[in-house]
Design a protein around this ligand. Structure first.
Ligand code: GLN
Length: 446
């Protein structure tokens, strides 16, 4: 814990990953842990971790990088935070993100812009950009992120670290501030695949506080590390290797496939034919859910309250007008529109139907293949400020990660070479609740 704080002190002025530090509490916890007998210490005992700021932490400010939650001190821990404590992990602090997890560059934070540690002129990705940058910069070896449409995998790719979005339902969402409840999952970001598997073991499992958490066995994911991949079948979607993907990204994936082939895995081209509709489907559904979830921020119950209001309606309006940033407002408007009586059938309902088709695309490929492999992102990290005023280009960044959330299946990003000094990511996608095979393949490549 002390080392983590020293490193943060040394580099976070440049990287800007942390929003709030938990130093006093963390060092006290570390001291208390010293009395725990060796036989009661799990594999991650005593290790420092950073937590994305949309995961609530008792007594430690949780803002979702939004002005509207300024000063919000939760009165309970998220289930994952409780599990970290039970494993003897030490929460070092809260980490910067795009406001309410909406974005792909961490430029949408109301507080600060996190930078890519490999090149400070570039973004770390988003929305868990702070979580990926903190690991890449060596501030902490473990962080938690959340992934609704790519927010763990895309920043992991941009920062050259390992990020896993587990199967929907694998990890409890209790205490994760909801963005799009049918898509959100919490997951681990780490330096290597084995650490990642061990952290997922800690945070997984059914939770009575989250009715969408699944009552399925949690395997020892770390036992899959290093298992031979001979005979394993890999599908490579042609839609993920096409024109929109830059040549250096495509080449890095082909080189990774060679490595896997060298160990006896076989790969073939497959098709996920509805991929082209994923982006539109995702932005309709996620914005619809967000417009409903974010209705609770009214200036009464949490955080920020506009001072000048003279009546209740004005209080709601002024608090929300002042408290939410532009991107969040854009999503609330889009979502409210698509849920309104006149457009529900044409947009929301239709998007739900297309979501089912996208899910079926994956099911079909998984009838024959063990995993799907492709790039995590179409390009390496772009420059700070480069596309921040162009939401559609920003959205297109997640074109290869979003289908995974819509289908509810698990996916990881592992480092896969560099382009001009910036890391690239390899995405490995698995069957529902089969994170083990993903870790097996990821460790074979790593
Ligand atoms: N970039 C996507 C969005 O802005 C994904 C965000 C996420 O996964 N939280 O919605």
């Amino acid at each position: 814990a002390e080392e983590a704080y020293a490193r943060i002190e040394a580099v976070d002025g440049d990287v800007q990953a942390f929003l709030a530090l938990n130093k006093e509490q963390a060092l006290k916890q570390a001291e208390e842990l010293e009395s725990v007998p060796a036989e009661d210490r799990g594999p991650l005992f005593g290790l420092p971790i950073g937590v994305k700021d949309n995961i609530v932490t008792e007594g430690l400010e949780t803002t979702c990088s939004s002005k509207i939650l300024q000063g919000f001190n939760p009165i309970y821990d998220a289930t994952v935070v409780r599990k970290l404590k039970e494993a003897g992990m030490i929460t070092i602090g809260k980490i910067n993100m795009d406001e309410f997890a909406m974005g792909s560059s961490t430029e949408n934070s109301a507080y600060q812009k996190t930078r890519n540690p490999w090149n400070l002129d570039h973004v770390p990705g988003g929305s868990s950009g702070g979580s990926a940058a903190a690991v890449a910069a060596g501030e902490v070896p473990f962080t938690l992120g959340s992934d609704t449409g790519g927010s763990i995998r895309q920043p992991a790719a941009f920062c050259g670290v390992v990020g896993m979005k587990p199967t929907y339902g694998r990890v409890s969402r209790f205490g994760l501030v909801a963005f799009a409840s049918s898509l959100d999952q919490i997951g681990p970001i780490t330096r290597n695949v084995e650490d990642n598997a061990k952290l997922l073991e800690v945070i997984s499992g059914v939770d009575p506080m989250d009715s969408t958490s699944a009552n399925v066995e949690v395997p020892k994911f770390s036992e899959a590390i290093g298992k031979p991949i001979k005979g394993l079948k890999i599908g490579v979607p042609k839609e993920y290797m096409g024109d929109g993907v830059s040549p250096e990204v495509r080449e890095s994936v082909l080189a990774a496939l060679k490595v896997l082939e060298g160990q006896g895995a076989v790969w073939e081209e497959v098709s996920l034919p509805h991929s082209e509709y994923a982006l539109a489907t995702y932005y309709l559904l996620s914005s619809s859910e967000a417009s409903s979830n974010l209705a609770r921020f009214d200036g009464i119950r949490y955080g920020y309250r506009a001072e000048e209001a003279t009546n209740l309606l004005e209080l709601y309006k002024m608090t929300r007008a002042q408290g939410f940033g532009d991107e969040v407002k854009r999503r609330i408007m889009l979502g409210t529109y698509s849920l309104s009586a006149g457009s529900y059938d044409a947009y929301y309902l239709k998007a739900q139907k297309v979501r089912t088709l996208i899910k079926q695309d994956f099911e079909k490929v998984f009838e024959e293949y063990d995993v799907i492999v492709g790039p995590t992102t179409p390009t390496p990290a772009f420059k700070v400020g480069e596309i921040v005023d162009d939401p559609l280009t920003m959205y297109a960044n997640d074109i290869l990660t979003i289908p995974v959330n819509l289908a509810g299946v698990p996916g990881i990003s592992v480092p896969c070479g560099f382009s001009n000094g910036l890391p690239l990511g390899l995405q490995i996608i698995g069957k529902h609740f089969d994170e083990s095979t993903i870790y097996q393949v990821a460790s074979a490549y790593e």
